[in-house]
Ligand binder design. Sequence first.
Ligand code: NAD
Length: 326
Amino acid sequence: MKVAFFDTKPYDREVFEPRFKESGIKAKFYDTRLCEDDCILVKGCDAVCVFVNDDINSKVIDLLSSYEVKIIALRCAGFNNVDYKYAASKGIAVVRVPAYSPYAVAEHAMALLLTVNRKIHKAYIRTRDFNFSLSGLTGFDLHGKTVGVIGTGKIGRVFMDICKGFGMKVIAYDKFPVEGSDIDYRPLEEIYKESDIISFHCPLTSETFHMFNLGTINRVKPGVVIINTSRGALIDSEALLEGIKQKKIGAACLDVYEEESEYFYEDKSGNIIDDDTLSRLISMPNVIVTSHQAFLTREALQNIAATTIQNLKDFQNGIETENAVK
Ligand code: NAD
């Protein structure tokens, strides 16, 4: 089997290259993202390996099909960037890595919350400049606060456990609640109304697109802290900015952003940023943006590589995998 590996970063290559060699699968690594113009690169390959911001739309799938690509291997959990139904109609399989380390993402969500609340990002810069003033660094105790978790899957549940360790009251909403669990499920409206902190851990679907919008922002507790480590488009970014400007939202921790594919994972420090909403959000003292890095731990990368290669080998050997996206 030969795989065209797109959107390669040094940390991907370091982990994947030895594992591909070991498995006997040949891989060609490309820095570029998979898009219509670059489909020629898949020539001679049976598989493509892609990440969260490769846009695998129907046109790309038509081209993959014309090059006789048989499988699209996502090296991530979310699959909103792949038209998997169209791929199926073309006889191309789609597989993903449903779980690699829920701890990596949940711990990052908590790291963001602690940072924004206790102003660690500001304190770090101050003390490096020998500014030891504490003015403006007041936070609040997490202990006793209510956190609303939206999506009680693998990551949401780890995040809930972490929050419980801090002595927080945890309430949750999920469209498909875990039956027989001790999770304190509430209607979504109650989550918005009662939470001091809201953390998003549900997938991006047509139903969850912009689920947090101007309407919902008007119904949250004043000063609420919003955490999104799931997918950017769960939140209407312009509405979030408006909520922050109106001081309705106390703080926002964003590891994902709805238009992130233009910027995230790349060094844009020498560029003029066209996205005014992103620029304005980043300029806010109570907003922390990380560049979709919640997954980035050594353990997660090793697990991603192991599962991706197993998915490809299973496909090669005609073994049906539960990691297929259907
Ligand atoms: P999961 O499938 O285990 O859990 C998702 C949960 O969301 C499920 O319990 C499901 O029932 C629930 N859900 C589905 N539709 C819903 C809706 N309309 N409203 C509320 N809940 C709904 O997934 P997971 O592994 O916990 O991952 C959660 C999300 O985190 C993924 O969808 C992915 O987008 C994101 N993610 C981000 C990173 C990162 O680096 N930032 C890494 C991995 C995953």
